[in-house]
Design a protein around this ligand. Structure first.
Ligand SMILES: [Fe+2]
Length: 320
């Protein structure tokens, strides 16, 4: 830790305004069939309507992500949820800060409003349920009692089913400018950062350590979606299942420093990633989180294999 940058302000002060959730992410990809196979094998509940996919978790009606058709894989937009009372206030606040509101893209009309960030990333704010957790999710650490076997044979173990979307990490050409934009418009707050390379932001109404993260690149883009699973064992089972299905590239098992979550990233068909995540830090609504700037070499991961060189390539930004 190189410098404490102050404490995040209390979230209960009068007038605190901000979104409560990352409601969904939307990707454009050239072939919905490949996306359906990838996210389906990952353990998600894929509902198909023509060439559009809804990405859900089993047993939950919420649509955490969507896939639409596009010429190349690209981040189509990010959608954030807010409380009904806050929508007009947020709208006035964002418009008042000089951001121009725009029409929704075809097929995504909603109760909310739309704008582009400083890098042309399309963003929606709408009224929706608070799908960001309101308390830290429980993670399981089970140990079989003496005289019983802890592991079932491989063929009998049920598929891993992520419980919810935790966060999305996007590329940005300017981490500082992005922090400022999301603070100013969505009311997100900085949890932690590592120099100008990466930053993690949380919601003021209680959320994971990050519901949106930003990593430096030459242009905006989608780096990964992260899915909460119940245990480290589930991370390993999910990663093994994906490997068995041919999705062999990725990074893990490891543990992050900022956010503290255990992880395994599986490389998706387009060079970005889907992350199995467990036990991420949680920032309650009324808690002060010490927002610090950390040394990059000391804060990326606590333990794990070497980072694959392709891990931070932004194919959307033209990197090869
Ligand atoms: Fe992540």
């Amino acid at each position: 830790m190189t410098a404490i940058r102050g404490y995040v302000a209390p979230t209960t002060e009068t007038g605190a305004l901000g979104v409560h959730s990352l409601d969904q992410f939307v990707l454009a990809v050239p072939d919905a069939n490949i996306a359906q196979e990838f996210y389906g094998n990952f353990g998600l509940d894929i509902v198909r309507d023509g060439n559009t996919l809804a990405i859900k978790t089993f047993g939950d009606e919420h649509r955490w992500g969507s896939v639409v058709e596009g010429k190349t894989k690209a981040l189509h937009h990010l959608s954030f949820g807010c409380y009904a009372d806050d929508l007009p206030r947020l709208k006035a606040h964002i418009e008042g800060s000089g951001v121009k509101l725009i029409d929704p893209p075809p097929g995504f009309e909603s109760n909310g409003f739309w704008f582009r960030n400083h890098e042309n990333v399309l963003i929606e704010v709408k009224v929706g349920p608070k799908v960001s957790p309101s308390q830290k999710a429980e993670s399981q650490r089970t140990s079989a009692p003496a005289g019983t076997a802890g592991a079932a044979i491989r063929a009998n173990w049920p598929p891993v089913r992520p419980r919810r979307l935790s966060h999305v990490l996007t590329f940005t050409a300017d981490v500082d400018a992005s922090i400022k934009f999301y603070e100013r418009t969505l009311g997100l707050r900085l949890s932690d950062r590592a120099s100008d390379l990466v930053a993690f932001m949380h919601g003021i109404h209680g959320s994971d350590h990050h519901l949106l993260a930003l990593v430096k690149s030459n242009a905006p883009g989608f780096h990964h979606c992260s899915w909460d699973v119940a245990s480290v064992n589930d991370i390993g089972l999910g990663a093994t299942r994906m490997h068995d299905k041919g999705w062999t590239k990725g990074w893990g098992l490891g543990r992050h420093v900022l956010g503290s979550n255990y992880f395994h990233y599986v490389r998706d068909p387009w060079g970005s990633f889907a992350e199995y995540s467990c036990d991420i830090d949680y920032i309650p609504k009324e808690q002060l989180w010490p927002s610090a700037d950390h040394k990059p070499e000391d804060s990326f991961y606590l333990w794990g294999p070497d980072v694959p060189p392709e891990f931070t390539i932004n194919y959307e930004g033209g990197e090869t």
